[in-house]
Design a protein around this ligand. Structure first.
Ligand code: TUI
Length: 314
């Protein structure tokens, strides 16, 4: 049985976390992942507190196992969502897209485990000093909002910079990735794109199909001119977005163009004009399977690899 300190820290069976994804990781996916032995995470996105409270309650009805809520720091409802997490006794909070310094004290005081997503060594060091429980080091292979360091160099540098457990993210979808992450000093992996292509994930079937049909070079990053690079599968939407950035269209107009595009893809299934956020690992995601099947498969593969690697020692 492959277990790491992450399993003990969070009270989970497998060292696998499902990344919080706005619009995508609703209670259906989060509860399924937790119930199957990983850590499921509700993506709060830009949603108001009432929506998040409802998601948390539905998750609790479906599983008694630990789960989390992801709070992106650009949400206008950060403080209200923090309040919901405290009131509802959410076991784990992850954060993204900024520094969570201000919300760490109230979350920690409520006994919530706090695991920020970082994209740099500097922020990892700062947050360790604020006594977070662990960190997710997320490389720029990831989907959605990204930093600028790739997973392979980022993870071992963050591991060396801090004493707390580090979870690797960005480019993981199978047992090979899990073992590679452990080799880099991580205690587990966080996966997003891989979990979108599960039967329990609520996204429109077109979104899942788009990922399954995509290859290694399918994604592109846009939003550099706004200071918020986002990785998504290349389509008419990303082409137009990139064109607007190249032409020097005003920031205001570009933001207006981008607004609602993730929802368009996730809910309406418009994968031509919507934003199909996904990581570079989309080329390795070739099927849509139940979460439990996926987790068992990844763990079996990881254990086989570890056996094979042990045999290499002569
Ligand atoms: O947060 C993410 N990924 C996301 S959030 C998101 S929602 C969205 N919707 C529409 C348009 C754009 C975004 C989609 N994907 N990942 C975690 C992550 N955090 N990646 C990188 C970072 C990060 C970047 C800078 C974390 C901290 C940070 O800090 C800067 C500082 O203040 O030091």
């Amino acid at each position: 049985m492959l277990k790491t300190v992450l399993c003990d820290l969070l009270g989970i069976k497998y060292p696998i976390i499902q990344g919080g994804m706005a619009w995508v990781s609703t209670w259906e996916l989060a509860a399924a992942v937790s119930e199957a032995g990983g850590l499921g995470i509700i993506g709060a996105g830009n949603a108001p507190a009432d929506f998040v409270r409802d998601q948390v309650r539905k998750t609790k009805e479906r599983t008694t196992k630990p789960f989390g809520v992801n709070i992106p720091l650009f949400s206008p409802y950060v403080d209200d969502v923090v309040g919901v997490c405290i009131a509802e006794g959410v076991p784990v909070v992850t954060t993204g897209a900024g520094s969570p310094s201000a919300i760490i004290p109230p979350l920690k005081a409520a006994g919530i485990k706090v695991i920020p997503v970082v994209a740099s060594v500097a922020l990892a060091r700062r947050l360790e000093r604020l006594r977070v429980d662990a960190l997710v080091a997320e490389g720029m292979e990831s989907g959605g909002h990204i930093g600028d360091v790739a997973t392979m160099p980022l993870v071992p540098q963050v591991v060396d910079a801090v004493k707390i457990p580090v979870i690797a993210a960005g480019g993981f979808a199978d047992g090979r990735g899990l073992v590679a992450a452990l080799a880099l000093g991580a205690v587990g992996v966080q996966m997003g794109t891989r979990f979108i292509c599960t039967t329990e994930c609520y996204v429109h079937p077109n979104y899942k199909e788009k990922i399954v049909r995509s290859g290694d070079r399918a994604t592109i990053t846009t939003g550099h001119s706004l200071g918020h690079p986002v990785r998504a599968i290349r389509n008419e939407m990303t082409n137009e977005f990139a064109e607007m950035e190249k032409k020097g269209i005003s920031e205001e107009d570009i933001i207006a163009f981008g607004t609602g595009k993730l929802r368009l893809a996730v809910i309406e299934g418009d994968v031509v004009h919507g934003s199909v956020m996904a990581g570079q690992i989309c080329g390795l995601v070739n099927d849509i399977v139940p979460v439990a099947v996926l987790l068992e498969r990844i763990m079996a593969e990881a254990e086989q690899i570890l056996d094979r690697l042990t045999l290499l020692r002569k």
